[in-house]
Design a protein around this ligand. Structure first.
Ligand code: PEP
Ligand code: MG
Length: 556
């Protein structure tokens, strides 16, 4: 039988293969009592297991590099949290086995996290993963995670922990499908970084039987279950065609009639630079510097360490443009030493620029490090602030940049609807705008970007989001300034044409998406992009907007 399911396509390409499920079984150790004289030995076992799991996560991070490394290192720190360890020790002292104590201590911590609000949805999955790894080690059973298989397969999971996505072997894992996660969740971002076709937010994915053949289309979000030979041939032909077009696409981003749209890469640090260069990125449109800060949740990295990391990225793009975003801490990226622990609603609390304005010394060190890193280099350095709400925010940031003696353009990210609505006022203080469509969608639709159940509202094709993009781009044009997009919206080739038509001046995305966007953009003129953009904005839903743009561009 040939059934079609539909999720959200988050990483391009077609994968055809058998389903293998992720080992997600929660290992619940029996609650048996141990004699008091065994407690010390059990405490030692627990500590050893925690250390081994943390070391394994760090090693996986080293292998993976880039943004994945920072996420895995954060998980390793979670495993070694002193309070959690103290709780494990206490539980063993009153008769628990090491594995049961770990299980219960993590459960208590999990409850605390889950009850503390929205940003923790993603962290709870990470925490469960750490717990499963420690318990598996203590019980001497195989680690949960990616199945052992010598044959290539399509990985199906409820959600993927960063530890797993980071080590997906693209020669064995043809593609992946998850029940949870939205298009802007960090699993999706990592999938794109790996270049593995992926579909997320597919309800019922867990019910696909092991060994079933599926065809995953990471561009459309469709999953064909038991596809017919014709369907397979059709999908493979389309994929081959796309691959050939990609191979032929090189050089800067430009429409068919020569309108330039620089294609830039999103990076998390020096480790992401080679892929960006290989994809032909014309520069960096978003350097997420917070990944440098995740190594140590207690302290900011030293100025020297920052200079070194910034310089490595800046040197890779001589005469190119590199847009560095200052630290975006808080909400889904909390840092112990900066983020208030007791916010009822962290995504609406002190995060992004707000955090930096509360800790001017952290911002000062970062800006000074950037100024030093850029010294003597021919690179065009741009520096931007996350989560700018209004002109006062933009001014405070520009003042801090000037005070640090930074010779760069200063910009503001548009991630809050107020910034799009009042873009001209913000542009009185800064020289460029960069649309963070991930957060802009989250705040426009009041839809947490980590929650699969609301991914419909996270769809960057939502006409309301397109309206805010248009407002920002029009304001920038009126002020003679630039307005790029660095959220995940830029990585959708068709949407990239629409964004261009809305007046966006550059597109920044994970390196793996650049060739797709470049090839698609080159097929259409600016006038066609503008018509597609106008058509998309007449839609009442993301699907209608997408269909309307598609109809214009395919000449229907
Ligand atoms: C965004 O919000 O669109 C963005 C680019 O920033 P981040 O995904 O790092 O929050
Ligand atoms: Mg953001």
């Amino acid at each position: 039988m040939d059934t079609t399911l539909r999720g959200v396509g988050v990483s391009h390409g077609v994968a055809i293969g058998e389903v293998r499920h992720m080992g997600t079984a929660v290992l619940e150790p029996p609650a048996k009592q141990i004699p008091a004289e065994d407690a010390e030995r059990e405490q030692g076992n627990a500590r050893k297991a925690v250390e081994a799991v943390a070391a394994d996560l760090m090693a996986r991070g080293n292998l993976a590099g880039g943004e994945a490394q920072a996420v895995l290192e954060a998980q390793a720190m979670m495993a070694q949290d002193p309070e959690l360890m103290a709780d494990v020790d206490r539980r063993i002292a009153v008769g628990s086995t090491a594995e049961r104590a770990v299980y219960d201590a993590f459960a208590a911590y999990r409850e605390l996290l889950a009850g503390a609000g929205e940003y923790l949805a993603g962290r709870v999955a990470d925490l469960d993963d750490v717990r499963n790894r420690i318990v598996a080690r203590l019980l001497g059973v195989p680690m949960p995670g990616i199945p052992d298989s010598d044959e290539p397969y399509v990985l199906v999971a409820r959600d993927l922990a960063p530890a797993d996505t980071a080590l997906l072997d693209p020669t064995l894992v043809l593609g992946f499908v998850t029940e949870e996660g939205g298009p802007t969740s960090h699993s999706a971002i990592l999938a794109r970084a790996l270049g593995v076709p992926a579909v997320v937010a597919l309800p019922g994915a867990g019910e696909l039987a092991e060994g079933t053949v599926v065809a995953v289309d990471g561009s459309t979000g469709e999953i064909f279950v038991n596809p017919s030979d014709e369907k397979k041939a059709e999908l493979e032909a389309a994929a081959a065609q796309r691959k050939a077009a990609l191979a032929a696409s090189t050089g800067p981003g430009v429409t068919a009639d020569g309108h330039k749209v620089p294609l830039l890469a999103n990076v998390g640090g020096p480790a992401d630079v080679p892929a960006a260069l290989e994809a032909g990125a014309e520069g960096v449109g978003l350097f997420r510097t917070e990944f440098l800060f995740l190594d140590d949740s207690k302290n900011a990295p030293s100025e020297e360490k920052q200079v070194e990391a910034y310089r490595q990225v800046l040197e890779a793009f001589p005469e190119g443009r590199v847009v560095v975003r200052v630290l975006d801490a808080g909400a889904d990226k909390p840092l112990d030493f900066l983020t208030p622990a007791d916010e009822p609603n962290p995504a609406l609390g002190v995060r992004g620029l707000r955090t930096l304005l509360d800790h001017p010394e952290v911002l000062r060190t970062q800006l000074t490090a950037l100024a030093k890193a850029a010294e003597g280099l021919p690179v065009y350095l741009d520096v931007m602030a996350p989560m700018v709400a209004d002109r006062a925010d933009a001014k405070a940031f520009a003042d801090a940049c000037r005070a640090a003696g930074l010779r760069a353009k200063f910009g503001a990210m548009v991630e809050i609807p107020s910034a799009a609505l009042r873009a001209r006022s913000i542009l009185q203080e800064v020289e460029f705008l960069s649309l963070g469509t991930n957060d802009l969608a989250q705040y426009t639709f009041a839809a947490d970007r980590q929650v699969g159940a609301v991914s419909r509202l996270q769809d960057p094709w939502q006409p309301a989001l397109l309206d805010l993009v248009a407002l920002s781009a029009e304001a920038a044009k009126a002020e003679g300034k630039s307005c790029g997009v660095c959220g995940e919206a830029a990585s959708d080739p068709l949407l990239a044409c629409v964004l261009t038509g809305l007046g966006v001046t550059s597109l920044s995305m994970g390196a793996a998406s650049i060739p797709y966007v470049r090839a698609t953009l080159a097929k259409y003129t600016l006038a066609q992009c503008e018509r597609a953009a106008a058509a998309a904005r007449t839609g009442d839903s993301a699907d209608e907007a997408r269909a309307a743009a598609q109809a214009v561009l395919s000449g229907e």
